[in-house]
Ligand binder design. Structure first.
Ligand SMILES: CC(C)(COP(=O)(O)OP(=O)(O)OC[C@H]1O[C@@H](n2cnc3c(N)ncnc32)[C@H](O)[C@@H]1OP(=O)(O)O)[C@@H](O)C(=O)NCCC(=O)NCCS
Length: 216
């Protein structure tokens, strides 16, 4: 196999440990000192909202270099009708492979599969720099809010079918999977990995700003 051949395929049980290690490497110190996303990857596979058919890995030279994991989410209109949508995360590209288009490739692959399954849209919280070039737009453009009516700066929508969101007001409803992120469980799980130093990085402040802002 050529060193830089990239194969994107569905995640299999034999990949779990490698994906969790990759997720830890990708997220470590980016949003807070240390990270919890590798624990999330570990526990979310058993959650009722997890979607294994949309959980992909990218192999580069035979090694897992990227991963994307999907959960169900919902958009609820003012009459209480719920449309099932998708949310992904963690999405991880190994630091040695970042900023070379691999994140965009694995996202594009997953969107094609999700559209073929009939899903109308992907809704995520994240850093706009990573997502606007993959077709995500501010939630405000689609009249999607969180409970209480705010348009978070970090909330994005990508239609998988043009016009799937018809302009009516929707409230984004997430899976309760993040309730599994208990700090003591994260710490305990992390002790299975090689020691790694927790540190402050400027990206943590950037994340604080994005995640505490709204589009006016
Ligand atoms: C976020 C992540 C998945 C993106 O994957 P990637 O392979 O590094 O990114 P790509 O090369 O596919 O680029 C995606 C977009 O990021 C932005 N980007 C790329 N390089 C960048 C850089 N040096 N600085 C800022 N933004 C950059 C661009 O908008 C790019 O789109 P473009 O093609 O229009 O330039 C990856 O960097 C990662 O795993 N980061 C750590 C974990 C993380 O933050 N996950 C996301 C949680 S919200």
């Amino acid at each position: 196999m050529q060193k830089d051949t990239i194969i994107i395929r569905q995640e299999q049980p034999k990949d779990y440990a490698a994906v969790e290690m990759l997720t830890r490497e990708a997220f470590w110190n980016v949003y807070c000192p240390g990270c919890s996303e590798h624990y999330l990857a570990h526990v979310m596979r058993a959650h009722k909202d997890f979607i294994p058919e949309l959980t992909f890995v990218a192999e580069c030279g035979g090694e897992i270099a990227a991963s994307i994991m999907y959960m169900r989410s919902w958009l609820e209109d003012d009459a209480g009708n719920r449309m099932e949508t998708l949310s992904f995360g963690p999405i991880s590209v190994h630091p040695d492979h970042q900023r070379r288009g691999l994140g965009k490739r694995i996202m594009a692959h997953s969107f094609e599969a999700a559209a073929a399954m009939g899903y109308p849209a992907v809704v995520i919280f994240g850093n706009p720099e990573n997502y606007v070039s993959s077709g995500f737009k501010s939630c405000k453009r689609y009249n999607v809010t969180i409970e209480g009516g705010a348009f978070p700066t970090a909330l994005f929508v990508r239609e998988l079918r043009e016009g799937a969101l018809d302009g009516r007001h929707y409230v984004y409803r997430e899976s309760d999977v993040c309730e599994l992120l208990l700090p003591e469980k994260v710490e305990e799980f992390d002790r299975q990995f090689p020691p790694k130093e927790k540190a402050w990085m400027p990206s943590q402040e950037k994340f604080y700003i994005y995640s505490h802002s709204t589009v006016g």
